[in-house]
Ligand binder design. Structure first.
Ligand code: KIV
Length: 284
């Protein structure tokens, strides 16, 4: 049975921490799902860690849908959240509905995530009214990096902190089922977590959020161009892959791979017969 938004909300009530990870493809989603992660985010971070863009801003709806489909095929149990890309939900409620519906209908996701607080409240309310569960995202919202002046911690000054608390309350009132808090100081994240009834999912937001989310490529050591302070490396797969590829290259060059163990056999007499036919037709 697939995890539902009620299961996720219930985890907060039971004070059970909620682990969430990103995934962008079938194989990874399958592993993450089988390991028991209840929430998978197809983040627009895929623009940077899978597609090589410099930020999340160039990511398109079609790219997101393509990856969401693959993740949904791999994840049989986790609730899959599709991340709405830059400017696909700001212009109008109609746009937000149309694009969110694509995640659910075409992509097969069970929920969508959008960045922003009070400014997107009307859109959140309409999506929820139309039956689309919404995860909010406040604090450092990478789609607004130009406005924020880069990837910076948010909420360190009084006015910002007040605004973030208000954004979280408004998102809950608008019907969001969870809120991502990205790069907010730990004491502010704790206060927000206490003040809202829905789960907060932190990334660089301290240990007191109801859950934690990380970009899978960061925790596996696969994306090394920029490693945020909040990303702990649980494995160094990048180095392991490099080592494996070097070994492959040298084995191919020295013909120690493939051996007969990795090859297919056939009746040698057939080869002799074909070889002799080939020799005769060359002569004739
Ligand atoms: O795109 C993403 O991966 C995200 C997470 C960092 C929350 O938005």
């Amino acid at each position: 049975m697939r995890v539902t938004i009620n299961d996720i909300k219930e985890m907060k009530r039971r004070k059970e921490k909620i682990p969430m990870l990103t995934a962008y493809d079938y194989v990874t989603a399958k592993i993450v799902d089988e390991a028991g992660v209840p929430l998978i985010l197809v983040g627009d971070s895929l623009g940077m860690v899978m597609l090589g863009y410099e930020s999340t801003i160039p990511v398109t709806m079609d790219e997101m849908i393509h990856h969401t489909k693959a993740v949904v095929r791999g994840a049989k149990r986790a609730l899959v959240v599709g991340d709405m890309p830059f400017m696909t939900y700001h212009v109008s409620v109609a746009d937000a509905l149309h694009n969110a519906a694509r995640f659910i209908q075409e992509g097969g996701a069970q929920a969508v995530k959008l960045e922003g607080g009070e400014v997107v409240a009307e859109k959140v309310r309409r999506l929820v009214e139309c039956g689309i569960p919404v995860m909010g995202h406040i604090g450092l919202t990478p789609q607004s990096m130009h406005q924020l002046g880069g990837f910076k911690v948010q909420g360190k000054v009084l006015e910002q902190a007040r605004k973030l608390l208000n954004d979280a309350v408004v998102l809950e009132q608008s019907g969001a089922f969870t809120i991502v808090l990205e790069c907010t100081p730990a004491p502010l994240s704790r206060l927000i977590t206490e003040q809202v009834g829905i789960p907060t999912i932190g990334i660089g937001a301290g240990p007191d959020c109801d859950g934690q989310v990380q970009v899978i490529s960061d925790i596996l050591g696969l994306y090394t161009e920029f490693v945020p302070k909040h990303a702990k490396r649980f494995a160094n797969l990048g180095q392991q892959v490099r080592n494996a590829v070097s070994t492959y290259i040298s084995e191919v060059k020295s013909v120690s791979f493939p051996t007969m163990e990795h090859s297919y056999v056939m009746d040698e007499s057939l080869i002799d017969a074909i070889a002799s036919e080939a020799r005769q037709s060359k002569r004739g």
